[in-house]
Design a protein around this ligand. Sequence first.
Ligand code: BDR
Ligand code: CA
Length: 323
Amino acid sequence: MNPRIPIILDMDTGIDDALAIIYALQSPTLEVLGITTCFGNGDVATTTRNTLMMVELSKHTVPVYAGARDPLVGQFIPTAEAFHGRNGLGGLTDHRPQLRAEAESAVDYLRRIIRSRPGEITLVVTGRLTNLANALNADPGLGFLIKRVVLMGGAAFVGGNVTPVSEANIWGDPEAAWVVFHSGVELVMVGLDVTMQVMIEDAQVSGMDPRRAYTPVIQEALDFYLAAYNPGQPKGHRQAPLHDPLAVAVAEDPSLCELVGYPVDIELGGTMTRGMTVVDRRSWIRNDPNVLVCQSVDRERFLREFCTRLGFPLLDPGSVGPL
Ligand code: BDR
Ligand code: CA
């Protein structure tokens, strides 16, 4: 039997991060060593509480470490409430997990665990890259000890979601993204190019396995998420993207996506382009690739595994309604 793949999740736990936590904790091949949190889909107190809530409901034991409150430059600007709700999980129920975060900070934890297992750990970041950038700034050699960073973020050849060209996780701290993209660490970018192709639908949410402890919380959260992504659409005809679970799935099995190496940089200025992931496609320029960009995804294979693992019914591809 192959040894499990040691990973750390770094998240801004809103609704799709919550699904990603369950996907990772229920994986037969991933070993989740710890989860670090960051501002993003809420302030860091909210995203940490949501993370603890999902660990608790998944009935796993994983340490959680609270991380950055603010980006490298300026202060956290909340923008995600429309998609993740007042409390990051749809906004209706206030959750009070029993679990508590560790006393150690996210950055201290990242530095300690990565140095204790050089070359072994994959970091999956589904929020701003702030914690990793802070760790790299404090300990510049750290990047060479990380096996790989798989990030949900950016938009290589498609438009953005917060601005016409910027994706939320990069837009929320472009300076941090710049530090990571220039660090020399192996980067796999799971951007909007592929995450907007893996959708969850109403019929899956209503048909969730009622025996799982997390089902009521996830159903409430996904009802909000589906409404946010489909304004004006009636229930039964709504779809919304599984951004963050796809990043975990690619960390587990990179063959789910077609990965192509490109030089990618982060726009820090611009009047309309701050936070853009700028991909250099000029084949005649000798500029070494720094990012493996996910260009396409085996949508059906991912959705089959996602639904089976989390207790959603499988749908006939392209239709609305259970098989
Ligand atoms: C990303 O932004 C966040 O709101 C989601 O959780 C996801 O990580 C999508 O752009
Ligand atoms: Ca996220």
